[in-house]
Ligand binder design. Structure first.
Ligand SMILES: CC(C)(COP(=O)(O)OP(=O)(O)OC[C@H]1O[C@@H](n2cnc3c(N)ncnc32)[C@H](O)[C@@H]1O)[C@@H](O)C(=O)NCCC(=O)NCCS
Ligand SMILES: Nc1ncnc2c1ncn2[C@@H]1O[C@H](COP(=O)(O)OP(=O)(O)OP(=O)(O)O)[C@@H](O)[C@H]1O
Length: 200
């Protein structure tokens, strides 16, 4: 079974993915793939340099992520240009990685933009949403990444709404204030039994 794991920035997808991995799922992380495609020698760099200029590539030969973040989250047209380069490569790489799953092993695609993407919704059998209040998303990302409030809000403004995500979810993991890591893990355990253990 192929699961699409989604949620807004900082909602807790990576934390839930780690809990699923501990139980035996193969995780395909699209943020990580995007990072690899834009690391030194990354396959996406020539097209990015052509579309955005070679100044977007840092002295270390990798994408200048902070500079690109400022550019794309301020201008939807620039974001779409970057996505049109990266998304086909991310999709291709993700499917190739899923191909190494053992027979019967659940595959979980961690895809922040799954709600926004018809392609992704067609690639998965079920959608698992990690959901939390927007204020908590903001606080978590500011704490984790050291971004300013304005930076996080700009990213959130470019993402699907909480309602839109809930509308496409088959199951929801609640990661609100007061849910500690043990309580989050317990929800993953219940879901794992329901979707994988009880059905085999
Ligand atoms: C703009 C970039 C360079 C910023 O890099 P940076 O290291 O600062 O952030 P990082 O990659 O860790 O992303 C943090 C979060 O931002 C959000 N985000 C990333 N890209 C997008 C996007 N195109 N639209 C909306 N939200 C996005 C996601 O929630 C993601 O988890 C990078 O996010 C990127 O290359 N984005 C385009 C690729 C993409 O769409 N990735 C999403 C996974 S499919
Ligand atoms: N229930 C929780 N209790 C405490 N900390 C949490 C909880 N859930 C998530 N966090 C922390 O909040 C931050 C964001 O979580 P995580 O990285 O899992 O989110 P994400 O959805 O993968 O984010 P992104 O979209 O930016 O990749 C992390 O530092 C994580 O450790």
């Amino acid at each position: 079974m192929r699961i699409g794991l989604t949620g807004g920035i900082g909602s807790g997808k990576s934390t839930v993915a780690a809990a699923l991995a501990r139980r035996g799922a193969l995780i395909v992380d699209t943020d990580l793939i995007a990072r690899q495609l834009t690391a030194p020698q990354g396959a996406a760099l020539p097209a990015i340099a052509e579309a955005f200029g070679s100044a977007m590539i840092g002295a270390d030969g990798a994408l200048d992520r902070a500079r690109m973040r400022t550019e794309v989250f301020a201008q939807p047209a620039a974001r779409q240009r970057l996505e049109s380069i990266l998304h086909p490569l991310i999709g291709q790489t993700a499917l190739a990685q899923a191909g190494i799953a053992n027979p019967g092993q659940p595959v979980v695609f961690d895809v922040p933009l799954l709600t926004e993407s018809v392609h992704w919704r067609q690639r998965v059998d079920r959608v698992l949403l990690v959901d939390c209040d927007e204020r908590l998303q903001l606080a978590r990302v500011m704490r984790r990444s050291g971004w300013t409030e304005a930076e996080v809000l700009r990213v959130m403004a470019q993402q699907a709404s909480r309602q839109a995500r809930r509308a496409i979810a088959d199951a929801v993991i609640v990661n609100e204030e007061g849910i500690d890591l043990a309580a989050l893990d317990a929800q993953v355990g219940v879901l794992w039994s329901r979707w994988w253990v009880d059905t085999h």
